[in-house]
Write a protein of this length. Structure first.
Ligand SMILES: Nc1ncnc2c1ncn2[C@@H]1O[C@H](COP(=O)(O)OP(=O)(O)O)[C@@H](O)[C@H]1O
Ligand SMILES: [Mg+2]
Length: 294
């Protein structure tokens, strides 16, 4: 089982980009350098698992026997927890009685980080196992993720808050917020145009049907899927017009630039208004800004 320093075992390749959370990664990594059991807690979908994976990558170099992921999400029987973790670590044939103790003994000479992911539904068994590991395997550290803490001696809890959210009063800054960046990233990845519309008064954030934002993105932003028609339904020409409006051009200037009549510009804009729900040029401008069209 001994491996080159810093190797990761059992971690799925990240299929999507990791957004933000620089501070959380840093803080959890620092905590792990000081304490042997750190539990990242937070509601489902908060990003605990994803964060743990990033932390694992960050700290891998510090563990001679590597970093190992034991995924507990699919474990239904608490009595199986030690065996599942053992098998994730390549240790089989643990006794059915006192398996946690035996696993701790088997790891007593290992210097590794165990990432115990999704502990909440087998919390008692996970806590018991961690207790044995802390007692019997001095050079083993554990990074657990769970909705609830394990509540054992030696545990340090790291509460994961939501990604930073946009301030409805500061639309210009919205694009920098982690939650918006994550959502925009995923919406763009679906090959649909970016569907986010942000309207300031009242603070409504809506997304058109067509793309499926992650549950996380939708929840984090308070988005209502399938609401007002948005940019995705605009024709390329209409989109071009929205960009020009957002750049502050008048109808006459747009007409001149596109070699069309002012009447045509205004009928295009009527359709844009119908599709986006933005009545005023200022609203259209905000929409274009939030979607990165300008
Ligand atoms: N910082 C992030 N960057 C990119 N995607 C993220 C981020 N945080 C969470 N996600 C995505 O959100 C979804 C839920 O995250 P997850 O880590 O499984 O939440 P939890 O473990 O708290 O239930 C996953 O699809 C995950 O890839
Ligand atoms: Mg999880």
């Amino acid at each position: 089982m001994a491996d080159a320093t810093g190797s990761l075992h059992g971690f799925p390749a990240a299929l999507t980009s990791f957004v933000g959370r620089a501070r959380a990664v840093e803080e959890v990594a620092t905590q792990l350098a000081q304490d042997r059991l750190v539990t990242v807690t937070g509601p489902g979908g908060a990003g605990k698992t994803r964060l743990a994976g990033e932390v694992a990558r960050r700290v891998a170099g510090g563990f001679a026997d590597g970093v190992w992921l034991a995924e507990l999400a699919a474990v239904t029987d608490p009595a199986q927890v030690a065996a599942v973790v053992g098998s994730a670590l390549g240790i089989r044939d643990l006794p059915s009685v006192a398996a946690a103790d035996a696993l701790a003994q088997a790891l007593s000479r290992r210097q590794l980080l165990l990432v115990l992911d999704n502990c909440e539904h087998v919390i008692g068994a996970a806590a018991e196992l961690c207790g044995w590991l802390l007692l019997g395997a001095d050079d083993v550290r554990v990074l657990a993720t769970s909705r609830e803490p394990l509540r054992i001696a030696g545990e340090v809890r790291y509460r994961l808050g939501p990604l930073t959210l946009p301030d409805p009063g500061d639309l210009a800054a919205a694009a920098q917020c982690e939650a918006v960046r994550l959502f925009a990233d995923r919406a763009t990845a679906t090959e649909f145009a970016l569907l986010l519309a942000v309207q300031p008064e009242p603070p409504v954030r809506e997304v058109t049907a067509g793309a499926e934002p992650t549950a996380y993105g939708a929840a984090g932003l308070g988005l209502a899927a399938g609401g007002v028609a948005g940019l995705a339904r605009l024709s390329p020409r209409e989109r071009e017009l929205v960009t020009l409006v957002a750049q502050g051009r008048t109808d006459a200037q747009i007409a001149a630039q596109l070699y069309i009549t002012v009447r045509t510009v205004s009928s295009h804009l009527d359709r844009v208004r119908d599709k986006t729900g933005c009545r005023r040029r200022a609203d259209l401008t905000r929409l274009a800004l939030s979607a990165g069209l300008v």
